[in-house]
Structures are given as structure tokens and as C-alpha cells.
Design a protein around this ligand. Structure first.
Ligand code: ZN
Length: 147
């Protein structure tokens, strides 16, 4: 199995068996984003405590890229600090823009499987949507970050 097939399998697996699927109880951050180009929707709910993502869950519908990306993003961001999530976001968007290769982004976990999506410019928005959702959630907690 070459790396492309492996990545393809990971994307399928996450879209069929999404991690962190649903809605957290009493979230203190949420974002609902819609990608009209493809019809993808992501409803993200989080519990952030002391600058750390304690719990995260998403509901959504749309293409397998957007749903797999939401699952991968939620999985990797759970338990991370808001600051770490911002670093992951920068890494992921750098990978999508072709500024970084997946092999240099192992912090992203399964989300490196989405590297190949950048070849299809119309689908980049699908892959980015969940990351834009968590960016929106995290921006509410920016003031809590100590520099
Ligand atoms: Zn899509």
C-alpha cells in the first residue's frame, strides 16, 4: 500500500467513523460554519478551561473531506491548550497552502492525510472549514492567554 492509499483510507475511516462526534454538554465556545461552495456544515462545541480544550465535539454534514477533517481536527485538538491549537492551525494552513510538506507536520496526527487535498483548490475550503471553526472558538479565549 503506498502512502496515497493509506491517506485515502484514513480519510474514509474518519468520515465514516467520526471521532468526537456530537455535541458537548454546556459548551462555553461554539462555532457554526458553512461552506456554500460545497454545502459543508460544521457545528463545533467546546469546553475550554484554564486555556485548555477540555472537551470538543462536532456535528456536521457535507463531503467526506470536510467531515474527515472535522474528525481529525477534533481528535488532535482535544486536551491541547489554545496556544497549541493555534500552532496546529498555522501548521495545517501552511500545509494546505503548500508552504509545508505533510512529513514536516507530524504534530497534526491523522490530519496530514489531507495534504493531497491541496492539489484540488476547490476542496481546500472543505478541509479548512473545521479549522476555521476552532480558530473562531479560540479567539474568544485569547484574552485568557498569558504571553
Ligand atoms: Zn466539501
Amino acid at each position: 500500500m503506498d502512502v496515497n492509499e493509506l491517506y485515502q483510507d484514513l480519510i474514509l475511516d474518519h468520515s465514516k467513523n467520526p471521532r468526537c462526534h456530537g455535541c458537548v454538554l454546556n459548551p462555553n465556545a461554539k462555532a457554526c460554519l458553512y461552506n456554500p461552495l460545497c454545502g459543508d456544515q460544521i457545528d463545533l462545541t467546546l469546553i475550554v478551561e484554564d486555556g485548555v480544550i477540555k472537551d470538543i465535539a462536532f456535528n456536521g454534514q457535507g463531503c467526506s473531506v470536510s467531515q474527515a477533517s472535522a474528525s481529525m481536527m477534533s481528535d488532535i485538538c482535544k486536551g491541547k491548550s489554545v496556544t497549541e491549537v493555534k500552532e496546529l492551525l498555522a501548521l495545517f494552513s501552511g500545509m494546505m497552502k503548500g508552504e509545508k510538506d505533510g512529513e514536516d507536520c507530524e504534530e497534526l496526527g491523522d490530519a496530514v492525510a489531507l495534504e493531497g487535498v491541496r492539489k484540488f483548490s476547490a476542496r481546500i475550503k472543505c478541509a479548512m472549514l473545521p479549522w476555521e471553526a476552532i480558530a473562531q472558538c479560540c479567539s474568544n479565549f485569547e484574552s485568557g492567554d498569558s504571553k
